[in-house]
Design a protein around this ligand. Structure first.
Ligand code: SF4
Length: 75
């Protein structure tokens, strides 16, 4: 299974929960907001795709995001 992670930067609260928990999928950008590792921007959304490795970690971080800024879609 492949999956796509999206981070809505407008909703990101810059608290670092995701990139502290799972630096394989999430990292801090120049403004202190989260972005997807190896991803690209679509408007103000950071988007990246991954194989199934690490899905549980990515999902756990998304579930704990206080801004509800992270969406994960199965592909
Ligand atoms: S957990 Fe959510 S609010 Fe916190 S830095 Fe990551 S995307 Fe932003």
């Amino acid at each position: 299974m492949k999956y796509r992670i999206k981070i809505d930067k407008d909703a990101c609260l810059e608290d670092g929960v995701c990139f502290s928990m799972d630096p394989n999928h999430y990292e801090e950008d120049d403004e202190g907001k989260a972005q997807v590792v190896g991803g690209h921007m679509e408007g103000n959304i950071s988007v990246g795709e991954f194989d199934d490795d690490g899905y549980e970690d990515a999902k756990e971080a998304a579930d704990l995001c206080p801004g509800e800024a992270i969406t994960i879609e199965e592909l």
